[in-house]
Design a protein around this ligand. Structure first.
Ligand SMILES: Nc1ncnc2c1ncn2[C@@H]1O[C@H](COP(=O)(O)OP(=O)(O)OP(=O)(O)O)[C@@H](O)[C@H]1O
Ligand SMILES: [Mg+2]
Length: 244
């Protein structure tokens, strides 16, 4: 089942065609990798799909419904979409735990009744922080965490949302091997629970290991699509990566 798709999606920044008529489908219960050289439009795609930048043309479909004018950032969680950022965005002056609670309560209509729902949210935060190995650090300020721990907290924030589409922008970048194992396990769990997992990643071995499907972007265009093992050895894909 396709949860999210784009049709001829375009985004220009001045003369730069960051997305130039991109057709993509993200399926339930699958990890879809987005690969491509620096500047090929991967983060822009995630930014458009989460309303951080407006699209210039084309369509976004959630299920079979066209989202008029593209996804707005205020509607992202209602559509069941969540994301991480390529550069971590946490509230440094807040504790690890509060960074999660903020996300959990922000999307609750009864946010004002936080005290009453405190136990429920705390349980949920504990589950997520335990999964990324940060529960013991829950009272630390986010700004005092190591780079890798901050990335894991950013991932924890995204997965605490219980979404159906997860957009991960280079979640493995800069992580030590044991942290990479944690992230791989999370991606597989989300996939096995039926989510559409989208993974932007430069490490081909990780993609072969984790992805069910792979799109290759180059200069805002999809230049290849298919099973990672097949796609990543196509000569024009290898050239797009190495030829720059
Ligand atoms: N907010 C912006 N304003 C102007 N240009 C932008 C903006 N965001 C992206 N671009 C440009 O759009 C193109 C695509 O950038 P994007 O960040 O999507 O690439 P990417 O595939 O994520 O690259 P990387 O692998 O380095 O993260 C680049 O030429 C980039 O400079
Ligand atoms: Mg990027």
């Amino acid at each position: 089942m396709t949860l999210l798709r784009t049709k001829r999606l375009t985004k220009h920044f001045g003369g730069v065609h960051a997305l130039d008529g991109v057709d993509l489908s993200f399926e339930a219960g699958a990890v879809t990798a987005l690969v491509g050289p620096n500047g090929s439009g991967k983060s822009t795609l995630i930014n458009v799909l989460t309303g951080f930048v407006p699209m210039d043309g084309g369509h976004v479909l959630i299920g079979d419904s066209v989202v008029p004018d593209g996804v707005r950032s205020s509607d992202v969680s209602a559509y069941g979409i969540t994301r991480t950022f390529q550069s971590v965005r946490l509230i440094g002056q807040m504790s690890v735990l509060d960074n999660i609670l903020l996300v959990l309560t922000e999307r609750t209509v009864w946010g004002a009744l936080f005290e009453r729902h405190g136990a429920f949210h705390l349980d949920s935060a504990q589950k997520t922080l335990t999964e990324v190995g940060l529960w013991e650090k829950r009272h630390e300020l986010a700004e005092n965490l190591s780079f890798g721990q901050r990335k894991l907290l950013e991932i924890a924030r995204a997965i605490s949302m219980n979404a159906s589409v997860y957009l991960f922008d280079e979640p493995f970048a800069g992580l030590f091997p044991e942290m990479r194992t944690v992230v791989s396990r999370i991606l597989r769990r989300l996939r096995d629970q039926g989510a559409a997992v989208v993974l932007v990643e430069h490490d081909m071995e990780l993609i072969r290991d984790l992805a069910d499907h792979c799109y290759v972007l180059d200069s805002g265009k999809v230049i290849a699509s298919g099973k990672p093992a097949d796609v990543l050895r196509e000569p024009h894909v290898v050239e797009a990566y190495l030829g720059k």
